[in-house]
Design a protein around this ligand. Structure first.
Ligand code: NAD
Ligand code: MG
Length: 386
């Protein structure tokens, strides 16, 4: 990277797990990165504190009822303060921005990502729901606007790193590793009574609540299969999931000569975030290092789609195509929120998602408006069942 020209970044969802770790990457190399815009859902105090430290040009709070509080908190700074989802879509288009880190959670990521791509911004994509919902549209827009979509998700960053220098037609399959989550070895009977507190304890990674529940149900891995298809242009049948409880191998690529490349590391999201921000370069980091002498064993097993049906639902949705992955995503967002509110059981989640897949109107070639309509329809439907 050219130290004379800093890379200017916007972080959508700056107060979350990925957002705050992105700011730690900026702290690691303040000579290379400049924060232009920060946006958050509703956490005003955290956003205001970040604005004080990083002095962005603009901040946006999605929750419009928090505007006055944010404006007041930043009254003595020359920062522009906005509120609402339309403002997020506007701000990402600002001309100084080079790269937009999409670190907000859920379907809310779709419209700002579309706006950023249309404005020619490189995307460091953490918000996998955007690719799950609208992978075809997003990858087509990115190609039309010649913008790169750089993976932040650790598995996809691993594959991206394994693919460096390898021609596309040399790929035989992608192997996504999965920790298996906290209930990996549970029986169906045991799963019936798991609590929110148990589901929120991920064995290896510390993440936001929604993705932590998605990891426990294996919906997250299903979403990552869909994400991999769109990022790398590989068909579902050539994307395999292997459970690897130690989370040391972040994912692998098998080539047509039988060679397998893997990327290994500590479970620290700052590395994939930094690689996305500095690509194609690697930057020095003070982050932890793997100590192979302390690794007792690396083990692998097949995922159990009978016990974790969400992984099957994701493959099925990907094979059906059209708006079906959008249906699964919307039903899943409703389910995760209801599970976190103690309104449904852990095992209700895959059942409600399956019912949504059977009930929603299918659309083979959805537009952005169709995705928005599908999302609204399925949310309404799933909420009625809960
Ligand atoms: P989080 O819950 O910790 O943070 C979410 C951020 O989004 C917060 O800043 C929140 O204020 C903001 N936000 C929430 N709702 C919003 C809305 N409606 N509009 C605008 N902003 C909103 O989540 P996270 O764990 O950082 O995950 C963020 C994204 O990154 C998710 O899509 C997740 O799947 C993906 N991801 C996370 C990890 C991880 O390690 N945390 C790893 C891989 C991928
Ligand atoms: Mg991941």
């Amino acid at each position: 990277m050219n130290p004379d020209k800093k890379r200017t970044i916007a972080i959508l969802g700056s107060t979350g797990s990925i957002g705050t770790q992105t700011l730690q990457v900026v702290d690691e190399h303040p000579e290379l990165f400049e924060v232009y815009a920060l946006t958050a859902g509703s956490r005003v105090e955290e956003l205001a504190a970040q604005a004080r430290k990083y002095k962005p040009d603009a901040v946006v709070i999605a929750d419009e009822s928090k505007y006055a509080q944010l404006k007041e908190a930043l009254a003595d700074l020359p920062v522009k303060v906005y509120a609402g989802n339309d403002a997020i879509c506007q701000v990402v288009q600002s001309s100084p921005i080079d790269i937009v880190v999409t670190a907000m959670v859920g379907f809310a990521g779709l419209r700002p990502t579309v706006a950023a791509i249309k404005a020619g911004k490189a995307i460091a994509l953490a918000n996998k729901e955007t690719l799950v919902v609208a992978g075809e549209l997003i990858t087509r827009l990115a190609a039309e606007n010649k913008v790169p979509i750089l993976p932040v998700d650790s598995e996809h960053s691993a594959i991206f790193q394994c693919l460096a220098g390898e021609p596309f037609d040399s790929i035989e399959k992608l192997i996504l590793t999965a920790s298996g989550g906290p209930f990996r070895s549970y029986t169906p009977e045991q799963l019936l009574t798991v609590t929110k507190a148990q589901a929120l304890k991920h064995p290896n990674w510390s993440m936001g609540a929604k993705i932590t529940i998605d990891s426990a149900t294996m919906m997250n891995k299903g979403f990552e299969v869909i994400e991999a298809k769109w990022l790398f242009g590989i068909e579902a049948k050539d994307i395999e999931v292997v459970v690897h409880p130690q989370s040391v191998i972040h994912s692998m690529v098998q080539f047509k000569d039988g060679a397998v490349k893997a990327q290994l590391g500590t479970p620290d999201m700052r590395l994939p975030i930094m690689y996305a921000l500095s690509y194609p370069q690697r930057l020095a980091s003070s982050f932890g290092r793997l100590d192979f002498t302390k690794l007792n064993e690396l083990t692998f097993e097949q995922p159990n789609m009978e016990i974790f049906p969400n992984l099957r639902h994701a493959y099925d949705a990907l094979n059906m195509g059209g708006n079906m992955p959008c249906v699964v995503n919307a039903a899943n967002e409703v389910c995760v929120a209801a599970f976190l509110a103690d309104r449904i059981k852990f095992t209700d989640m895959p059942r409600i998602i399956e019912r949504a897949m059977q009930s929603a109107d299918f659309c083979q070639k959805p537009t952005l408006d169709d995705y928005i309509a599908t999302d609204a329809e399925v949310r309404k439907m799933a909420n009625n069942w809960i």
